[in-house]
Every structure is written in structure tokens, then in C-alpha cells.
Design a protein around this ligand. Structure first.
Ligand code: GTP
Ligand code: MG
Length: 572
């Protein structure tokens, strides 16, 4: 709880002012029964109209004061709550941006999204309610009890014995509530997860006629959420009847013994009325308590979930700070017995990988699906860190360099293409926002997409993404290649990026690519592509099965020959 609420500190003034106005409201509320007692005893029972008018006017004046204090309290409480949530959300987002992928692996995307939205809202509500009523309720209970004690200690005794019992009971509810609400929040995660999966895969759902199945799946999770919520509310609803039973019992006792005291004149009518009045106020305050407990248990569950993300150390960048930036790279790439496994996995995805690529060379990475090609690529920009061995660029381990600076000289086209909402031009110049249009055109020409873009209604200013045109997979792939090229990378990583290009276009692309004279690693399934590279790196089950020219592999590797014959036929 501490970390999340430390975000309230910058707004301690607003919170403080809200608190003071809350105290003002509370004081008025506590004085009211006292004034009521005066009106009854000195005014009505003495038949003195002036006293009634005077005390009555004071009561109205104070009510007005409380009303204004209430409005101002809301204003400042709202400010403190919303601002804290705003800061928390930003901090969380920043943390996610800075965390290494390994650290983020345990969190589902949908869970991070729930944490950033729903969980933050819970915290905002709690701070608001806290400054508005949360502190008021216990203070009202305490203040009411004290005031009742001052008026008539013997009668107040009946109030005071029930309150501790009630508080213990409420604490027990709180403990149970935190648990149930953490279940509620993770169920919210699951509902979001199903929605997200469904919406991102909506085409697949239609084609596979899985609509009903998806509806059922959603219904099941949604129903589970309802069930959890009902469970939580049942627990909370338990509080009111028990509360009323105990409090009404003690009010009855006050009335019963009060009537005796009035008879033998040890108490006045006004006193008894005032104490009963305090008792009802305390009862309603305790009722508010029950609601507060619900909000608080939910906030506590949310705070824990937020902290899980907040406490992630931002290791990826802070580590880089003290390392020097590399000069303009030549683009030599070396792997020295590199082994790697994903977080929480026992078997190595890559085993003892060693190879060298000279500056300007093109290497085709070939291997069956799941052989570790993408994993190998992801190690180069240090998206993941190798467990063993060294990856060197220009003969220096990438651990020793400021990784952001290294990344600036890398071009990466991932296997699953992602365009951002915006124009095509914005998408291509995403890594170099101020690139001149000529450079953008040049990169697009090399990527063999320039002509296609020119033919679109708005050319380079055509919008893509949710509000724009839908591009074909191959078109997106090529825009993505242009995006990587615009950075004039020293090392270019193409993960299956030419799969959608026909042989002729691919040939033209590879030829044009020579103008960038960068070291190129290109993952491909096609031998026709691989053969055009200077060297071929053959991966099998995360190990290097062969490395060298086509002729070299034909001679040395039975595995390579097998692929060759399967793609070209025996006579090939
Ligand atoms: P294709 O792209 O299908 O040709 O395969 P690939 O050669 O690129 O394989 P990749 O490197 O993606 O995967 C190698 C192995 O790592 C597979 O067994 C995957 O199950 C595993 N793997 C890939 N990505 C992840 C990941 O993010 N987390 C975990 N835990 N395992 C992964
Ligand atoms: Mg892959």
C-alpha cells in the first residue's frame, strides 16, 4: 500500500485542505444534537420562543457553513484523487516501457491494460471517498461517543460498549474483503483477455465459425465475474443487519434507562434526545464504514496489483547509462557459444551458437519452424539477454555498450508486422521522424513499395490503421522494411520479411538493398532466397547444423541436401 499511496504526497496540500473542510463539516454535525438539546430543554420545555429562534438560527447558519465546507471538500478531494491516479498511470506506463521483455513476460497484455485503467480508477475513487467520508465516519463515531459521554456518561455507556464489538466485526470483514476483491480484479483481467483475443482474432473467429464458442467463452468468464462480485457484495451486505441490530439494541437501552433517569430527575429530556440522536448518527457512520470497507478492500487489491508493475526494476536502460555509445559501426557481428532460454523454461532454445558475419555480408538464416531463428534475432538488439556466451558487434560485447545507441544503428523487421495508426509516411519515418521526404521515397523504392504507395488516393499521406485503408500483408511487410531501411542501419535483421514477395520482386529488392551496404541477416524458408546470400546459417533445434556457402553446405550437410531436394526435387 505504501508505494501506491506515496503518489499522493505531491498533493498533500489539496488532501490537507480537503481534510480540514471535512473536519469542519464533521464539527457542525457533532454540534447539531447539542443545539437540539438546548432548544428542547431551554426553549420548548420553558416555552421561551426567543431561545428557540436564536438557537434555531445558529443551527441553520452552521448547516449552511457545513454545506459550503462539503462542496470545497469535494473539490479538493477530487483534485487529489484524480491527480494521484494520473501520476500513477504515467509512472506505470513509463515502467512498462523501460522494463526488459523478460520482466514483462509474466504479465498478460490484458492484465497490464486492466491494471492501467480499472485498478487505477479504484485507487482514484478510494482517495476521493477517503477524503470525503472515509475519515469522517470513524471520527464521527469517536466524536459522537465522546459528546454523548459529556452529556450523560451513564447513558452513553450503552453506546460505548457496542462500538468496539462492531469495529472488531468490521475489521474481520475487511480482511475477507481484500481476498475476495483480489479475485474480482483478476477475473476482470480474464474478461478483458477474452475480449482482446476475440477482437484481435475476429476474422479467424468468423472463418472457423467459432462465434458461438466465443460467446460461450465470454459468457463463462463474465458469469464468473458476476459470481465473484455477488460473493463480495454478500459479504458486505452482512454488515448492515448486524450493525443495525446492535445499534438499535443500544438505543433501546438508552431510552429505557433514560426514562427512569428523567423520572427521578437525574437526566433531562433534551439529554436523552441528544444521545439518541448521536446514536443514530453513529449508526449511519458505521453504515458508511461498511461501504468504505468495500471500497478499501477493493483498492487494497488494486494497489497490490499496481505495485507488482511499479516495483519492476527499470533495469534495461539504467544499466546502459554508464556505458559508452559506440562510434559509427562497421557492422561485424559475432556470436560466441551463445545459449539462451526464455524466463521460466528449462530447455535451451539456442545452444552454443557461434558464427561471424563480416561487415556488409548477407547471411540467410534457414531452419524449420521453432528451430530458434526469431529467438536468435531478438538477442542482437538485446530484447532478451543471452544466458551464456557473448554477442559482439565490431568485436565488442553488446553488454559493454549503451544498448540504445547500438539499437539506433540496427534495422529490425519483425516476423509479425505492426503498423501504427497514422499516415504511411509517418509509419515509414517512425524511427527517424524528421527524415526528408526524398529519403522516405528512396527507402520505399528499395523496399519495392514506392509505386504501390503512389497509386493510393492520398499517396504517402494515406492513413493506415483503424480509421484508414487496410493494406495487404505483403504491403505492410514492405512498409515495415522501408521503415527499417530509413534508419540506414549498419546491421539489418529481416525476420521472414520477404515471405510475401514473389521471386522477381524479391530479387529486385535484394539487388536494391546492396545500395545500403549493411550487414544483413535474413530469415527465410525459401532456398531460392538463401542461395543468393553470401552465407547460409542452418539452424536445427536451436543448434547450428551448418554455416557456409550453398556449395559448402551441399557438400557437408545431409540436412541441407534434404531441404534442397524437397524444394527443388531430385533432379534440382
Ligand atoms: P518460425 O518463426 O515458426 O519459423 O520459428 P522460429 O525458428 O523463429 O522459432 P522461435 O525462435 O520463435 O522459437 C523457438 C522456440 O522458442 C520455440 O520452441 C518456442 O516455443 C519458444 N519461444 C518463442 N518465443 C517465446 C517466448 O516469448 N516465450 C517462451 N517462453 N518461449 C518462446
Ligand atoms: Mg520466427
Amino acid at each position: 500500500m505504501r508505494t501506491v499511496f506515496s503518489y499522493l504526497l505531491p498533493y498533500k496540500w489539496a488532501a490537507g485542505i480537503a481534510f480540514i473542510f471535512m473536519l469542519l463539516e464533521l464539527t457542525v454535525e457533532l454540534i447539531q444534537p447539542l443545539l437540539l438539546a438546548r432548544i428542547i430543554d431551554d426553549g420548548i420545555l420553558q416555552e421561551d420562543l426567543t431561545t428557540v429562534v436564536v438557537w434555531g438560527s445558529i443551527m441553520i447558519g452552521l448547516s449552511l457553513l457545513a454545506f459550503i465546507a462539503g462542496i470545497l471538500n469535494s473539490f479538493y478531494a477530487g483534485h487529489a484523487g484524480q491527480s494521484t491516479g494520473f501520476d500513477l498511470r504515467n509512472a506505470m506506463f513509463k515502467n512498462i516501457q523501460r522494463s526488459s521483455l523478460d520482466k514483462l513476460q509474466p504479465f498478460a497484455t490484458s492484465s497490464l491494460m486492466t491494471r492501467l485503467t480499472n485498478d487505477i480508477t479504484q485507487i482514484q475513487n478510494t482517495i476521493f471517498m477517503g477524503l470525503r467520508i472515509m475519515a469522517r465516519a470513524p471520527l464521527l463515531v469517536l466524536g459522537g461517543a465522546i459528546m454523548a459521554f459529556i452529556i450523560n456518561a451513564r447513558l452513553a455507556f450503552f453506546l460505548i460498549i457496542t462500538i468496539p464489538i462492531l469495529i472488531l466485526f468490521l475489521l474481520w470483514i475487511l480482511k475477507k474483503g481484500v481476498h475476495i476483491f483480489s479475485l474480482v480484479q483478476s477475473q476482470v483481467d480474464r474478461v478483458n483477455h477474452v475480449v482482446r483475443e476475440n477482437l484481435t482474432g475476429i476474422r479467424l473467429v468468423r472463418v472457423f465459425v467459432r462465434r458461438l464458442h466465443e460467446i460461450e467463452r465470454f459468457f463463462a468468464e463474465s458469469d464468473a465475474l458476476r459470481h465473484r462480485m455477488v460473493q463480495a457484495f454478500r459479504l458486505m451486505e452482512l454488515t448492515m443487519p448486524i450493525l443495525l441490530l446492535l445499534m438499535n439494541g443500544s438505543i433501546l437501552l438508552v431510552l429505557w434507562f433514560g426514562s427512569f433517569q428523567i423520572e427521578n430527575e437525574t437526566a433531562q429530556v433534551g439529554d436523552v434526545v441528544a444521545i439518541v440522536n448521536y446514536a443514530t448518527r453513529i449508526t449511519s457512520a458505521l453504515g458508511v464504514f461498511a461501504m468504505i470497507i468495500m471500497v478499501f478492500s477493493r483498492a487494497r487489491a488494486s494497489a497490490l496489483r499496481i505495485e507488482e508493475v511499479l516495483l519492476e526494476p527499470d533495469d534495461e536502460l539504467s544499466e546502459s547509462v554508464n556505458h559508452p555509445a559506440p562510434p559509427t559501426l562497421k557492422g561485424e557481428l559475432t556470436f560466441e557459444s551463445v545459449s539462451f532460454s526464455y524466463e521460466g523454461q528449462k530447455t535451451d532454445v539456442l545452444k552454443e551458437i557461434s558464427f561471424t558475419v563480416k561487415p556488409g555480408e548477407t547471411v540467410a538464416v534457414l531452419g524449420e519452424t521453432g528451430s530458434g531463428k526469431t529467438s536468435l534475432f531478438q538477442l542482437i538488439p538485446k530484447l532478451y539477454e543471452a544466458d551464456k556466451g557473448e554477442i559482439k558487434i565490431d568485436n565488442t560485447s553488446i553488454k559493454e555498450w549503451n544498448i540504445q545507441m547500438v539499437r539506433k544503428q540496427l534495422g529490425y523487421v519483425p516476423q509479425s508486422i505492426r503498423l501504427f495508426s497514422g499516415t504511411i509516411r509517418e509509419n515509414i519515418s517512425w524511427g527517424v521522424p524528421d527524415a526528408p521526404i526524398e529519403d522516405v521515397h528512396f527507402a520505399a523504392k528499395v523496399a519495392q513499395i514506392h509505386e504501390t504507395i503512389e497509386k493510393l488516393p492520398d499517396g504517402y499521406d494515406t492513413k493506415v490503421g483503424q480509421q484508414g485503408v487496410n493494406l495487404s500483408g505483403g504491403q505492410k511487410q514492405r512498409i515495415s522494411i522501408a521503415r527499417a531501411l530509413l534508419r540506414e542501419p549498419k546491421i539489418l535483421l529481416l525476420d521472414d520479411s520477404t515471405s510475401a514477395l514473389d521471386t522477381k520482386t524479391e530479387e529486385r529488392f535484394l539487388k536494391a538493398l546492396e545500395q545500403y551496404s549493411c550487414t544483413t541477416l535474413i530469415i527465410t524458408q525459401k532456398l531460392s532466397t538463401a542461395r543468393k546470400a553470401d552465407k547460409i546459417l542452418l539452424l536445427e533445434y536451436g543448434q547450428i547444423e551448418g554455416y557456409g556457402s550453398h556449395e559448402h553446405l551441399m557438400e557437408k550437410s545431409t540436412f541441407y541436401r534434404k531441404i534442397y531436394h524437397s524444394q527443388y526435387g531430385k533432379e534440382g
